[in-house]
Design a protein. Structure first.
Length: 192
């Protein structure tokens, strides 16, 4: 029971840190929406939260962070961008946390599989949220707007995530803070 409480406190503390990073990192893009839409600085801590703390924490941090940032700093604009981002980032955190948590091995290959699945799921949810939210305003959300917002304009951020997140996880593995489990490690444990 004590150990479980310590683990929950650790996850809550890390989740608060990831939320703080999600609020602060967009300042490095100068609060310029076009640059933020390209580099996606808020996505990185949410994906890391899902990987390190688990899907439930990733979902909560992903949902709250853009809404809190919108309330504090006016960016992203609360409606429709902030709300759509809340659903998108919640999906990122939940999907990557669930898939990675249920992966047979915790390794770079599993990490990439989970990241790509989370990115695709998050972008699909973002598109659905935009359709609903803009439909309520009487505006149309086109296929071209979806492709531009979800993929074409976001290519620099996607590339950044695909390099930076595995690099961070590898560094955390080397320090022993977030250990990978490899097929060879499982076989060696079974032999002993």
């Amino acid at each position: 029971m004590m150990r479980e409480n310590r683990v929950n406190i650790k996850r809550l503390t890390l989740s608060a840190m990831f939320m703080a990073l999600g609020i602060v990192l967009p300042f490095f893009t100068g609060q310029i929406p076009q640059v933020g839409n390209m580099l996606l600085p808020m996505h990185i801590p949410i994906l890391l939260c899902g990987l390190i703390c688990g899907g439930r924490y990733g979902l909560a941090v992903g949902f709250i962070t853009p809404l809190l940032r919108s309330a504090l700093f006016g960016r992203p604009e609360f409606y429709p961008s902030g709300i759509a981002m809340a659903f998108e980032l919640a999906t990122y955190g939940a999907v990557i946390g669930f898939l990675y948590g249920h992966s047979r091995w915790k390794c770079v290959i599993a990490l990439y599989r989970c990241m790509i699945a989370a990115m695709l799921a998050g972008r699909a949810v973002w598109g659905a949220a935009e359709i609903v939210l803009l439909g309520l305003k009487g505006n149309a959300f086109t296929w071209q707007a979806f492709m531009a917002g979800a993929f074409l304009n976001a290519i620099p951020g996607i590339i950044l995530q695909l390099f930076l997140i595995p690099a961070i996880m590898i560094a955390l593995n080397r320090t022993g803070l977030v250990p990978f489990s490899h097929p060879s490690a499982s076989a060696n444990a079974a032999d002993t």
